[in-house]
Design a protein around this ligand. Structure first.
Ligand SMILES: [Zn+2]
Length: 173
């Protein structure tokens, strides 16, 4: 189907205009080296007739519970999986919810917590604030893990973690 082009004088639907405006704002901010925080929607799929297939397990949202019959997925994958279940004669239950990861410690936030985090991240220094009492500790561990990964990616044979420890010790001295 060819792409619909809105002619002069025609009324563009509100949802389409909103989407275009957001894209323009995002583009302008990107030019200035900024990115808009995203607030996504993910869906929990409770399957009826089939087990969670391997492809859905691979697409499951990180850190959220996966069981034999339920999985958290992005909207598109969730709809595909639900359709497969329906075709097998099942009645899958879809539970959509808001989703955002903490920019500090990468924890998955859902529902109201995700909404609150997103609103906070819209503010100037919002992304630097922790999401809870254990956030700072987790963020530090995450940073150390990433640092170790970078070193092993670069092709060094030594374990990244050991070198991190050595560096920390040297700094402490
Ligand atoms: Zn956090």
């Amino acid at each position: 189907m060819p792409k619909r082009v809105w002619q002069y004088g025609e009324v563009e639907p509100a949802w389409k205009r909103d989407r275009r405006m957001r894209a323009m704002l995002r583009e302008r901010l990107k030019r200035d080296g900024l990115t808009m925080p995203k607030l996504a929607t993910i869906v929990r799929v409770d399957l009826d007739r089939i087990w969670v297939p391997a492809w859905a397990q691979a697409k499951a949202i990180r850190d959220l519970t996966v069981t034999q019959s339920s999985v958290w997925l992005g909207r598109i994958a969730a709809n595909v999986l639900a359709r497969i279940d329906r075709e097998a004669g099942g009645k899958p239950v879809l539970t959509p919810t808001l989703y955002r990861r903490c920019p500090q410690c990468d924890r998955a936030l859902l529902g109201d917590e995700a909404q609150a985090r997103w609103e906070m991240d819209l503010s100037y220094t919002g992304r630097q604030l922790p999401c809870g009492p254990e956030c700072i500790e987790r963020a530090r561990a995450l940073k150390a893990r990433k640092k170790g990964q970078r070193k092993t990616d670069a092709g060094t044979e030594e374990c990244g973690d050991v070198r991190d420890c050595e560096e920390d010790r040297q700094r402490a001295e």
